[in-house]
Design a protein around this ligand. Sequence first.
Ligand SMILES: C[S@@+](CC[C@H](N)C(=O)[O-])C[C@H]1O[C@@H](n2cnc3c(N)ncnc32)[C@H](O)[C@@H]1O
Length: 349
Amino acid sequence: MADTAELGGCRTSSINNRRYLGNKYKLLPFITGVVERECRGIRTVADIFSGTGAVASAFQDRRLITNDLMYSNYICNFAWFGAQPYDQEKVVELVAGYNAAQTDEENYMTENFSDTYFSRADCARIGFIREDIERRCRRNELNFRERAILITSLLYAMDKIALTCGHYDAYRRGAVSGQPLELRVPLAPTDNDPGNQCFNEDANNLVKRISADLVYIDPPYNSRQYCDTYHLLENVARWEKPAVYGVARKMDRRALKSRYCTKDAVFAFETLVADIHARYILFSYNNMAAKGNGRSNAKLSDADILRILRTRGEVRVFSESYKAFSAGQSDIEDHAERLFLCICDDGEG
Ligand SMILES: C[S@@+](CC[C@H](N)C(=O)[O-])C[C@H]1O[C@@H](n2cnc3c(N)ncnc32)[C@H](O)[C@@H]1O
């Protein structure tokens, strides 16, 4: 959908209007092409490391299950794919009101983040808007989907003006954002499948309770923890107002660390694959096993991936060359994104 379409005087946004490490938006033709050619009778798709939800969005004509360990991703997924009806006019009115609102009162954001990732003035507006969403929700003026859509709108708007190079490990000191904070109306579908479900938990636990024709797996590839990179969006989505530390102003993230970024990745992947109920398992992984700098080396070797997936059935591998995210520290030749498709022997969908 066009980035600049308007609704009630507000600009609109679609699912891919944000930056996210490992986002598969550009790889969707590759992913859907493999599914169309190789898989039969896909009625339900589970995207269990869903991040932005880009991959789920390519299967919107099927019943969807999404899941991510990060609450901020869960909220965005619920906004885009949730089965709950919502009042779009109400959302447009609130977004327009937030864009017109001027405040310079102190709040959690001004106290902790002034002149870091955002100016003090932008922090005042972000804190005011986030607090107002919560207040309206407590008064039952918003249902859970409307709350999720408004938080999504705020997170996308923050991402557009943050003084970072796309992640929140550091900010550009002394830089000034040229753009004001502008919320857009997320064009969240009003006709999602009533059976869609969105979860916010460790994928290893979830797979024991769900089944789908196709389970898509896109875990972190290396030691870079998503909760470190996106701590500020997570903090604003949760709005629990925790203490923050250090120059990067991070909160305590111990509960959000992923085993897929550690030396336990092989064990985690092994138990995940063993517990999946599906006819097809589709696994995304690049070929960075030992090519980048230490932090970008992939945690799973091809030998482990193939050994583990073959415990469930025949495995076919597909590959497409792709430009690696590298923030300039490493220059990767022959970077390829691969899809490992496992046709499960015991195929329970
Ligand atoms: C490579 S990204 C997925 C990108 C996604 N396919 C997209 O297109 O936006 C990996 C995601 O897995 C999530 N994650 C990490 N460990 C997880 C776990 N154990 N269970 C569920 N999600 C996890 C991270 O928060 C991150 O959003």
